[in-house]
Design a protein around this ligand. Structure first.
Ligand code: 13P
Ligand code: SF4
Length: 308
């Protein structure tokens, strides 16, 4: 089937199923093009909670679709490829949380990056995304924070909120972790006037070189609002499409690490798979057991309240 025919079929199926396609900036440009909304994790979670359609197709990784289902259990949530899973979502053990709770008691808040399974969320007090982690941690009454699962986002938050005692866990995003300070320095030598815009999932050595840190949307907004000609972008290359769309005609240029950060799980989502899940009703995401769903939903709704 030609690309045009496939897009026409998706448009027809969306109407027939009363479906909305949500896509993350890291999926391919073709998938972003057929989506109704493209955004960062926080924007997509807010949309999932408020849209009134019957079906949501989540073009992203599993934790995003799972969060949409938790926030909107009455909706049918479809994932075009159920094997698209963020490895970091699993990088924390329940014993780590239990040990911190036993040691700190009431003074502890367990703060969970949204890149986590529903079960991990159910062990936590509140969820955060990279766009609101600093704001939410600062607003919590507890002094001690166990930040799971991402140690890099956790250490970035610890730097921004020095008044709190932040305990880190040993997880990270393999893609952002692999961006090396050396390749960033060589980009900086090549483009000395370029702002360095980094996702806080990058390691501390890279973050020390950044002039701005933020979520995918915040990086795009910053580049669109700035006056520079060249930008060094330290996150997954999928954001390039929206960066170029929002700055069209400005002559701005975006430089990514030469190791080409791509998320293999996000890349599993294709236009063909989006059409197939709508056509066949496959890839439906169910709710986890009720005790997990209830606790995990609380952490997400608390994030939506505090992160506003
Ligand atoms: P954002 O919340 O910035 O969209 O990031 C999601 C993600 O998975 C980053 O690797
Ligand atoms: Fe997970 Fe990293 Fe992919 Fe984001 S880029 S979904 S954190 S593996």
């Amino acid at each position: 089937m030609s690309t045009g025919d496939l897009c026409d079929e998706v448009a027809h199926l969306k109407t027939a199923c009363d479906a909305v396609i949500l896509a993350h900036y890291y999926v391919s440009p073709e998938v972003q093009q057929i989506a109704d909304y493209v955004g960062d994790s926080f924007a997509l979670a807010k949309l999932a909670a408020t849209l009134s359609c019957h079906t949501l197709v989540f073009a992203g990784v599993r934790f995003m679709a799972e969060s949409a289902k938790l926030l909107s259990p009455e909706k049918t949530v479809l994932m075009p490829d159920q094997t698209a899973d963020c490895p970091m979502a699993h990088m924390v053990k329940q014993e780590t949380v239990a040990a911190a709770r036993a040691q700190y008691g009431e003074d502890l808040a367990v703060v969970c990056y949204v890149n986590s399974t529903a079960e991990v969320k159910s062990w936590s007090d509140v969820c955060v995304t990279s766009s609101n982690a600093v704001k939410i941690v600062r607003a919590l009454p507890q002094h001690t924070i166990l930040f799971i699962p991402d140690r890099h986002l956790g250490s970035y938050v610890a730097e921004q909120v020095p008044e709190k005692n932040i305990i880190l866990n040993d997880g990270c995003c393999p893609i952002h972790h692999n961006i090396s300070a050396d390749e960033v320095r060589s980009l900086m030598a090549e483009y000395p006037d370029a702002p360095v815009l980094a996702h806080p999932e990058c390691g501390p050595e890279v973050m020390a070189l950044a002039s701005f840190a933020g979520s995918t949307s915040q990086i795009i907004e910053k580049a669109a609002a700035s006056q520079a000609h060249d930008y060094i972008i330290l996150t997954v290359e999928g954001v390039r499409g929206e960066l170029e769309r929002q700055t069209a005609g400005s002559g701005k240029r975006f430089h990514f690490p030469s190791t080409r950060p791509l998320c293999p799980d996000m890349s599993r989502i294709t236009t063909e798979k989006v059409a197939a899940c709508l056509r066949e009703g496959t890839g439906e995401i169910g709710l986890p057991p009720a005790y997990i769903a209830k606790a995990a939903r609380c952490t997400l709704t608390r994030m939506l309240e505090l992160g506003r």
